[in-house]
Structures are given as C-alpha cells and as structure tokens.
Design a protein around this ligand. Structure first.
Ligand code: FEO
Length: 392
C-alpha cells in the first residue's frame, strides 16, 4: 500500500514484518524492517530506489497500481545493495530505456549483480537534476556504508533522501519517526548504526559536516529503512554525530564462553568486584554461545570497557569468542579499553590469544589478563573480585 508523504512524494516501498535476519545470518532484526522506495511526481516522475529481490514482483505490481510505469522519467539508485536494487530487474524489464541515475561505483555494483547494460547516468556530488518545481542535488556518500552510496536532496520540498544513513530496521504501519515508540525507535537506530555504520564513523562525521555546511533547509529525512524523520529531523543527525565520535556509555560488558562453567564463574566474580567498587557503572554479562551476536556487538559499541573470557581449548579459544572477536575487529572501534580472562587445565594460551586479537581490533589493553587453573576456589573468587575492583 502506498503512503502519501507530501503532494509530490509518495512512499511505495515494502514493509517486511517477517524479516528476522539481514545480511545473511549476520544481523538480527527483531523489529522487522522496510525497504523504502519513494515516487516523486513533479513535472517529471522519479522513482528513488526499489525493494529487496524476494519482493520484486509484489513491488512492481503495486507500483503499477500507483502509476503507469511508462510515466517514470528517471530511476535513482542511491545504493546498489540488493535490499534496494533487488527489484530493478523486474522493473527495467518493463521500462528498459529509462535512465538510472547513480554514482560510478553504483553502476559497477548494479552491473556486477544484475549483468545488465541499462541506461546508467553517472552523477557526482553537486550534480543536479531538474524535475519541474524541484531540483534534485546529488551528494556522494562513499562508505556510508558502501563505496557506491549517495544521498539526494530535493530543494523545494526540503527533503533529504539519505539511503541507509539514519535508517532503522523497524517495520511499522506508521510512516514517521515521531509516531512510534521513541525508546524502540532510538534503540533500533542505535543497533543499526552499531552493526552497519560503526566502522565508518569518521566518514559519517565528515559527510554530516559537509551537508551541514551547505545550509540546506531540512524538513524531512527519508532513509531507505524504517521511519521517516519529520518532526525535528536533525535529532537523528545529532545522534549520529555522538555515535560516530568514539561513543561510550558508563558501561562495562563482559563477554565470555564457557565449557564447564569455570570461565562463567570468573566472569561473575569479576562483575561482582566491579559493582562493589562502582555502583553507577552498568555491568552486562553476555555468554556469546547463547546470546544473539547483534546484541553483543551493540553492547560492545555502548561500552567504555569490555572483558573477554574463554577457556583454553586445544591451545586456542572457543568458537563463539573467536567469531565475535572477528566481528568486533570489523567495527574499528576507538576509545575503548579491554582485558581478557579464562580458565585452563594445562596450557592456558587463550588469554594471550584473545589479548592479541583485541589489540588488533584497536582496543587499549589494560593488563595481561587473568587466568585460573581449573575451577576457581573461594580464595580465587576473592582474588577475582579484587581484580574487578582494580579494573574500575
Ligand atoms: Fe539497506 Fe546497504 O542496504
């Protein structure tokens, strides 16, 4: 079902209530998502982005109810990822000569996926497209979050189409951010930022400052996922500037995996010590073998310090910790401290190996880590409590 945004802009996307996993198995989407596509009808008619491939037929058939496809003068592909370009093939079958405006990298990514020689029109920052009363200005936004990404600004309507930027995986019958539960909205926006955009924080700050310097009047930000920012749209821009600027809360997250509960006992004793020393700090314990990885990465993103624990197994570390450390490394976080811990029976390499991984991931390592041979006894538990106090 289409939804009118202004006289000239209609949402013609797909709300995906069923989506539970995104990027393969990488990103858990507890609140579903939407693939926002916008139909702009000025003197010229423009379609901005499409919907994910599994919904291509549904997308095109609903679009036909909205408009004769032959009336579409231009297609704009802000970003080539399949959740936004996936219906292009179905659409372009009907209107094969319609120009597709995208960046040079956008053409490469779309051609690479669909192997079609459509009528691409390459645009760069500052290029414009007059569509009647309005002019669209393109703003390249490389690595937010693909090299091909761009934004488009519609001047008279004062709307920024921001691709994945400022999006959330949040399905709703509402259209606007101010209409939904605010805690859920900002939680989903933070989860989205932490899991997709965190590695590109410096680019996000540069791009936001570049756009702010253009002094564009802004009444709405229309992202490619989730809710449209209409009331006070700059609030999400301010959040992004906070999140991109080495964000941390007063939180210490302890992530661990355990075989026979010895490393879990260590985690709990260290947590107890931290809390005894500092009642204000939020301490979260997450068993990576049982916890959703999107949640783990989000909590790591929010933390000022993380402690990572694994027993030593076959001279190495447990699978779930190895996997999460690889994902954490990809986040390219700065301004966070880390230390490691783990139980062992004979060789005990895990603590050193995890410390090396955290170092590679850019964390400030605060000590050599703490190891316990076999099961911590009462004396050792007290030592771990003291260790927790020292960490604070
Ligand atoms: Fe929502 Fe990068 O695609």
């Amino acid at each position: 079902m289409s939804k009118k945004i202004t006289d000239k802009i209609t949402w013609v996307g797909k709300t995906d209530w069923e989506l539970k996993k995104f990027h393969g198995d990488e990103f858990t989407t507890n609140s579903g998502s939407s693939y926002n596509s916008y139909l702009v009808q000025d003197k010229k008619t423009v379609l901005i982005d499409t919907a994910w491939l599994p919904y291509d037929k549904e997308f095109v058939s609903k679009l036909k109810q909205e408009i004769d496809l032959n009336k579409i003068d231009y297609v704009i592909a802000l970003h080539g990822e399949i959740d936004h370009s996936g219906s292009l093939k179905e659409l372009m079958r009907e209107i094969p000569n319609t120009p597709i405006y995208c960046t040079a990298n956008g053409e490469k990514s779309i051609k690479g996926q669909y192997h079609e020689n459509w009528n691409f029109k390459i645009v760069k920052t500052g290029d414009t497209l007059n569509i009647g009363e309005n002019t669209l200005t393109f703003i390249e936004a490389p690595m937010l979050h693909w090299p091909d990404t761009m934004f488009a600004y519609m001047d008279k309507e004062k709307v920024l189409f921001s691709s994945d930027g400022f999006g959330q995986h949040l399905a709703s019958e509402f259209l606007y951010a101010h209409e939904v539960d605010q805690d859920l909205l900002f939680e989903e926006a933070l989860i989205y930022y932490a899991n997709i955009l965190a590695p590109f924080g410096p680019m996000a700050i540069r791009k936001i400052n570049e756009i702010l310097a253009m002094n564009l009047p802004l009444e709405m930000i229309c992202p490619s996922h989730g809710m449209i920012w209409k009331e006070n749209p700059t609030q999400i821009v301010e959040k992004y500037l906070q999140w991109a600027n080495n964000y941390q809360e007063n939180q210490i997250t302890i992530i661990y995996d355990t075989m026979w509960n010895d490393t879990r006992k260590m985690a709990e004793a260290i947590a107890k010590g931290i809390k005894m020393k500092d009642k204000q700090v939020e301490v979260k314990l997450l068993n990576t073998a049982k916890e959703d990885k999107t949640k783990v990465l989000t909590e790591v993103f929010k933390s000022k310090m993380i402690l990572v624990g694994s027993p030593t197994v076959n001279n190495g570390i447990l699978f779930s910790i190895a996997g999460i450390l690889e994902m954490i490394k990809g986040m390219k976080l700065k301004n966070k401290k880390a230390a490691t811990f783990g139980s062992f029976g004979w060789s005990g390499e895990a603590v050193k190996l995890m410390t090396e991984e955290l170092q590679k991931a850019g964390f400030e390592i605060i000590n050599d880590g703490i190891k316990v041979m076999w099961t911590p006894d009462e004396e050792m538990e007290n030592k771990l409590i003291e260790y927790g106090k020292e960490l604070v």
